[in-house]
Ligand binder design. Structure first.
Ligand code: CAA
Length: 261
């Protein structure tokens, strides 16, 4: 299937995914969500990609939200199905085995802010703007915003952002922990790719298991979470990478690279 709204490029062991509807500020319509679903499957099925960078096409927007023209015509069932589709795709992204870095190049509003929050790490351009404008459109956030925003920045701040629809700039997003770092617009993609490249150079199995332990552990009580960590820690000892890396360290030599996928 020929994709037009979502682009996938491979650069070494890193995938660059671009939401590509710049004329609509990369707004997510059903078609774009379905294409993103296909691209995530393709990444999940490849065994030589170890990190992903996700960005928006054009100068202005990462993603300016779910597509308002499409939502305008929806009935109850269509609205529910649209939320289920978005949530299914975002959850697939969030639980992709390998880390995903959002390179937020501009507006990240509504579904766009929600998309960035389904990623593991967020790097923002100084020009990025964040917000959840939904209640101004007569709807609630529908692609995970009521849940992930509160988990990331705390309930009080999430409520202020969602109830007021006020936009926040990149510095404020950094201050409240919505993004990991803020960089100059022209440095954004290079910074995101550099971080992705560093992650991709580490033991892939250990990185995947770390992601799994963090994600699963955040949803359960501390005693269960610690057991999840102990289990994935133990699993690492079944890999050659653990033996090779520790032997190289003890023998004071540099490791050639990791073998296990
Ligand atoms: N859906 C559909 N089209 C959109 C869009 C969206 N979310 N955001 C922007 N566009 C379109 C505009 O309609 C416009 O199209 P035309 O050129 O055909 O008129 C084009 O993109 C450029 O946008 P503007 O002319 O509005 O650009 P601007 O610089 O004046 O404003 C903006 C930029 C402040 C981001 C403004 O476009 C805007 O407010 N967009 C909507 C943001 C929003 O409310 N997002 C939340 C959607 S609801 C949601 O996401 C629900 C959910 O949780 C699932």
């Amino acid at each position: 299937m020929e994709l037009k709204n979502v682009l996938l490029q491979k650069e070494g062991n890193v995938a660059l995914v671009t939401i590509n509807r710049p004329k609509a500020l990369n707004a997510l319509n059903s078609e774009t969500l379905k294409e993103l679903d296909i691209v995530i499957d393709e990444i999940a099925n490849s065994n030589d990609i170890f990190a992903v960078v996700l960005t928006g096409a054009g100068e202005k927007a990462f993603v300016a939200g779910a597509d308002i023209s499409e939502m305008k015509e929806m009935n109850v069932l269509q609205g529910r199905n649209f939320a289920i589709l978005g949530n299914k795709v975002f959850r697939k992204l969030e639980t992709l085995e390998i880390p995903v870095i959002a390179a937020i190049n501009g507006f990240a509003l509504g579904g766009g802010c929600e998309l960035s929050m389904a990623c593991d790490i967020r790097i923002a351009s100084e020009k990025a703007k964040f917000g959840q404008p939904e209640v101004g459109l007569g709807i609630t956030p529908g692609f995970g915003g009521t849940q992930r925003l509160a988990r990331l920045v705390g309930m009080g701040m999430a409520k202020e952002i969602i109830y007021s629809t006020r936009l926040i700039d990149a510095q404020k997003a950094l201050q409240i922990g919505l993004v990991n770092s803020v960089v100059a617009p022209e440095a954004l993609l290079d910074e995101a790719k550099k971080l992705a490249g560093e992650i991709a150079s580490k033991a892939p199995v250990a990185v995947k298991l770390s992601k799994q332990a963090i994600n699963r552990g955040m949803q359960v009580d501390m005693d269960t979470a610690i057991m999840i960590e102990a289990e994935v820690f133990g699993e690492c000892f079944s890999t050659e990478d653990q033996t090779d890396a520790m032997t190289a360290f003890v023998e004071k030599r540099k490791l050639e690279g990791f073998k296990n996928r």
